[in-house]
Design a protein around this ligand. Structure first.
Ligand code: NAD
Length: 480
């Protein structure tokens, strides 16, 4: 059985403890590789390597760092097929999705921040007749990057790329549920000429190696994407140590559909925004609100389309949905369908596991599910399910739908469908959400602020926001 390794100080190595955990293939439900279960001693080795590398990397010119990161981006591109196959196998997502979204985005993330850093400038503030302030933005030092399983390399690189571009050394931990593409990344970084110790990739559980990263005194900032409960724990642990924190957490996103929308565009996009990546994108809209005059037409057309959506093994080119990421996650998602029934909901389509033929008969497949008849404030409509399950709810007025949309603890993303320009902007303004898409979904410009409000997080990623997070501002005043 293949054993993955940590990547520390420019070399692959086994965890000091010799402990490994199983890595499951969601499509078959079988263990297919072993992951190092690293601990504080591995983190310590990585931090020492990063300390040695920091003076070299942080003092390198932005142009030189940029050149390394562009080569890194090209290195992933050159091994595209290998990365795509690995991501799909590790996560359960259709190969087509990994090929069109996940790995191309990882390539773009490195390329984007490699070019951004050579344009990154800081401010100056002139005081009439008194003097001038200028602000220096220097790298922080050693930073920790911790990412989840749903978009493995996509989100891993979304943190690492700006951290490295800004001149920091990185201790990074991918999810233990989807470690494989992060494991491959070490070699690509080495081949790109990244100096040893600048990027260290450690594998293992959150409660062991993740915990050791957030508690290490010399790791000065933590960029975390994952669940809200984990984010709360990280904030509670790391904030008293005065670490800089960026927390990208859970969501329960509303999709608001007014009767005057472009119906076909809305319907096709809503299918994607509900079920792309088996509904396991933090930006998926899981609560669909439909203006009452359109409700029956929407329900009939949407349910018909969802019922025809192909759930198959990830290598099947016809698969729109593949496997969800793990058995516990499948059980969690299905338990929410049961909860929805107890809360008075009616399952219009889906609601059960899909049984595929061997060798996929023990894989984790769920039929895309649409539920109606639930109160907006019941648990099913308030808690994050993070799977292929959506609810549909009619509304009568703008005021009512805003109340329902804003009723959860979360505030990550929202989608609004309408042809009324004034209403679109008015509703966007009133939504408690870090990201709003009008008549669209998941159109991403990497320069824009990315993140959520309320229990969806603290801080923003993307563009200058990320480069500002990964640098420390120092103001210098010069008297005339
Ligand atoms: P999770 O919180 O369980 O794990 C995320 C990462 O944190 C993993 O690498 C895990 O090992 C690590 N971790 C767990 N406990 C830790 C600890 N005590 N100390 C340090 N690290 C620890 O989340 P998940 O199940 O992997 O991901 C799903 C969640 O991520 C969902 O809630 C989803 O909404 C959220 N998410 C948010 C965004 C966003 O941009 N806001 C994007 C993707 C996913």
């Amino acid at each position: 059985m293949e054993k993955l390794q940590n990547f520390i100080d420019g070399a692959y190595c086994a965890p000091k403890s010799g402990n490994y955990i199983d890595n499951y293939e969601p499509a078959t439900g079988k263990v297919y590789s072993l992951i190092p279960n690293s601990d504080a001693s591995d983190v310590e080795t990585a931090v020492q390597a990063a300390e040695r590398a920091y003076p070299i990397w942080s003092k390198m010119s932005a142009e030189d760092r940029s050149a390394v990161l562009i080569r890194l981006s090209e290195g992933i591109q050159a091994r595209m097929d290998e990365f795509v196959a690995a991501e799909s196998r590790d996560n359960g997502k259709p190969v087509s999705l990994a090929a069109h979204v996940d790995i191309p985005r990882a390539v773009s993330n490195f390329h984007f921040f490699a070019t951004a850093i050579v344009h990154f400038a800081s401010e100056s503030h002139f005081m009439e007749g008194v003097g001038v302030n200028y602000t220096l933005r220097k790298p922080i030092g050693i930073v920790g990057c911790i990412s989840p399983w749903n978009l493995p390399l996509y989100l891993f690189s979304w943190k690492i790329a700006p951290a490295l571009a800004a001149g920091n050394c990185v201790i990074a931990k991918p999810s233990e549920i989807t470690p494989y593409t992060a494991y491959l990344l070490g070699q690509v970084a080495k081949d790109a000429g990244l100096p040893d110790g600048v990027l260290n990739i450690l594998h293992g559980e959150g409660k062991t190696v993740g915990d050791a990263i957030i508690k290490h005194q010399k790791i000065k900032a933590i960029s975390f994407t994952g669940g809200t409960a984990t984010g709360e724990y990280i904030a509670r642990t790391a904030a008293p140590m005065f670490k800089k924190l960026s927390l990208e957490l859970g969501g329960k996103n509303p999709n608001i559909i007014f009767a005057d929308c472009d119906f076909d565009d809305m319907l096709n996009t809503t299918l994607r925004s509900s079920f792309a990546n088996q509904g396991q994108i933090c930006l998926c809209g899981s609560r669909i609100f439909i203006e009452r005059p359109l409700y029956e037409r929407f329900k009939e057309a949407f349910v018909a389309k969802v019922a025809k959506t192909v759930v198959s093994n990830p290598t099947d080119p016809k698969a729109i949905l593949g496997a969800v990421v793990s058995k516990p996650h499948m059980e969690k998602v299905l338990s929410y369908v049961e909860l929805a029934k107890q809360e008075g909901g009616t399952v219009l389509t889906g609601g059960e596991q899909v049984q595929l033929d061997a060798p996929y008969n023990e894989g984790y497949y769920i039929r895309p599910t649409v539920i109606e008849g639930l109160a907006y404030d019941c648990r099913t409509n308030q808690e994050e399910i993070f799977g292929p399950v959506v609810t549909i709810t009619p509304f009568d007025t703008e005021e009512e739908v805003l109340l329902m949309a804003n009723s959860t603890a979360y505030g990550l993303a929202a989608t609004v469908w309408t042809s009324d320009l004034k209403r679109a902007h008015r509703v966007a303004d009133e939504l408690q959400s870090g990201i709003v898409w009008l008549n669209s979904w998941l159109v991403r410009d990497l320069r824009t602020p990315f993140g959520g409000m309320k229990a969806s997080g603290v801080g923003r990623e993307g563009g200058w926001e990320a480069l500002r997070f990964f640098t420390e501002a120092k103001n210098v005043f010069v008297k005339y």
